[in-house]
Design a protein around this ligand. Sequence first.
Ligand SMILES: CSC[C@H]1O[C@H](OP(=O)(O)O)[C@H](O)[C@@H]1O
Length: 367
Amino acid sequence: MEIDQPLKAIQYQRGSLLILDQLKLPDETVYISINTGADAWKAIHTMSIRGAPAIAVCGVLSVAVELYHSRSKFDSISSILQFVTDQLNYLITARPTAVNMTDAAKTIIDYLIPLNNKQQNVTLYINELLDFMEQFLQRDLDNNQSIGKYGAEAIRQNVKDKKKLTVLTHCNTGSLATVGFGTALGVIRQLAVDNNLQLTYFTETRPYNQGSRLTAYELVHDRIPHTMICDSMAGLLMRTQTLHAVIVGADRVTANGDTANKIGTYQLAILAKYHEIPFYVAAPTTSIDLTKRTGNEIIIEQRPSSEMTTIKGINIAAEGVQVWNPAFDITPNQLITGIITEHGVFKPEELEEKLISLQRTIKSPLL
Ligand SMILES: CSC[C@H]1O[C@H](OP(=O)(O)O)[C@H](O)[C@@H]1O
């Protein structure tokens, strides 16, 4: 199966950053210009752009664009260092659960100091820094390709006698959550490209409806066989239909493999365990946070009640109703069959050791 160029959540060239306004999808395709870190903070916080990897790339490139257009105002390396550090640390505050923006900020700040020792010319320093920041785009594209290939192979291995597989995914983890093919949805795209996909079920993913508004948009665009279900239908689906795997994304995976992901993931993992269906998490290593030992340490973002009580400004609940709106939940590692990364598929219990070993062998700051 051929898949056309994926939808683009982010369009970038030096000095210009456009993001697809996902609050307007699927009815309108509107790109908005991001010229500063403050523009990016607002777009991330309001979820015009969302998805852990896309958030990080948008944040990094917003600083690159702002630095590029204000480069004449910097008269010293230290002033550039201060500006970039301040902007990156500010962007981290836009949304607290996903770790990718924090990881990106650390990678760049760790790079700034050695670069300072190498390059004393302000103009050349800025150009080298822009080159480095722009690599985050290609890295996510490459990560998506690797995750797709490793994930598709792992799932095929699990179901040796089947050529055509039926899977379930949750939320949106495709081209609208990353720069490329996606993470969990990238695995599904790879299965489709390899002609191993019978059907993908996906949940509408209340309350923000990433599934019905975004994943549906991607699967229809790519003509991938699919069926949308309400979140509440997952149990009956697993009880009555044959599912070969559940594949979801991640916002933050801790050292023991516990995983923060879109609200509703935990209950899918419980159902998958009960129905003996393999449950995979697909995420780049930039979503893995070894500074957190377990999922109990992860901050769960609480979103505005209006995101539950209205759809496109139309009330769907009584005025004054009290709601609880956590945007994520935590899936314990014992419910996870494997964590699909760009370096391979790891069992939760081996994740930390494998990642530390990779960090030792791969000497790139952009691991
Ligand atoms: C590859 S995207 C990872 C993750 O991000 C989504 O959350 P949100 O739409 O709130 O940014 C969802 O949890 C995805 O699984």
